[in-house]
Ligand binder design. Structure first.
Ligand SMILES: C[S@@+](CC[C@H](N)C(=O)[O-])C[C@H]1O[C@@H](n2cnc3c(N)ncnc32)[C@H](O)[C@@H]1O
Length: 186
C-alpha cells in the first residue's frame, strides 16, 4: 500500500488506519509523523493510534465528514490511503469521501483503496460522476481473504485529449504533405 508513494510526494491522509499497520510502514519509508493525518471512527483504535503515533494528527471521526472537518488546504495533500469498508457505505457517503479527498489532494495525487473484493469497490457511476479512473496496482494472495489495492486518480481533462487528437491530426497532415513532396520514404 505504501510502495507507490514517497515522503516527497507530500502529506498523507490515512482513512481507517485501525491499529496502524500501514502507518508504521509509512514511518519506515521516511514519512514524518507530523505529515500524517489519521482518520479513524473506532474509539479504541483512535486512542491506540494517539499512543502509537503521538506526533501525528489523529482524528476520531467518521470519514464521511472529511470535507466539513477542513483538514488541509485544497491541493496540499500528496496521497490518501484508505482501508475503509466502502462497499458497506452508502453511495452518498462514498461520494462525499472521494470528493473531499480529491479536493484536498494535489492534481497528481492518488487515492489508494485496499479491498477484499475481487473488483473495484466503487460503483462505476460514482467514478464517472467524479471524473475518476481506478487502476489495480497490487494484489496479494498471502492475505486471508486475498486483498487488492486500487489507485483512484483524476481522469485527464478532456481538453488535454482533444489537444492530443489535434496534434495527431497535424502530425498526420505533415507526414502526408512530406510524402507528396517526395521528402520521405526515400
Ligand atoms: C479493514 S480495517 C483497516 C485497518 C488498517 N488499514 C489495516 O490495514 O490494518 C477498516 C478500518 O476502518 C475503520 N472505519 C470503518 N468505517 C469508518 C468510517 N466511516 N470512518 C473512519 N474510519 C472507519 C474501522 O474502524 C477500521 O479500523
Amino acid at each position: 500500500m505504501t510502495r507507490n508513494i514517497a515522503p516527497d510526494s507530500g502529506p498523507v491522509i490515512e482513512l481507517g488506519p485501525g491499529t496502524g499497520v500501514i502507518t508504521y510502514k509509512l514511518l519506515e519509508k521516511g514519512f514524518r509523523q507530523q505529515d500524517l493525518t489519521l482518520v479513524e471512527s473506532g474509539a479504541d483504535f483512535a486512542r491506540l493510534l494517539q499512543i502509537r503515533f503521538p506526533g501525528a494528527r489523529v482524528l476520531w471521526m467518521d470519514a464521511a465528514r472529511l470535507r466539513t472537518a477542513d483538514l488541509a488546504d485544497d491541493g496540499s495533500v500528496g496521497s490518501v490511503l484508505s482501508g475503509l469498508p466502502l462497499l458497506t457505505m452508502s453511495p452518498k457517503n462514498v461520494m462525499s469521501i472521494l470528493k473531499a479527498a480529491f479536493r484536498y489532494m494535489r492534481p497528481t495525487g492518488g487515492f489508494y483503496q485496499l479491498t477484499y473484493c475481487p473488483v473495484v469497490p466503487i460503483a462505476k457511476p460514482i467514478l464517472d460522476r467524479l471524473g475518476l479512473t481506478a487502476t489495480l496496482v497490487g494484489r496479494t494472495m498471502r492475505n486471508l481473504p486475498p486483498a487488492a489495492l486500487y489507485r483512484l486518480a483524476r481522469q485527464p481533462p478532456p481538453r488535454a485529449s482533444a489537444q492530443a487528437e489535434l496534434d495527431d491530426v497535424r502530425t498526420a497532415g505533415s507526414v502526408h504533405r512530406n510524402r507528396n513532396d517526395g521528402l520521405v520514404d526515400r
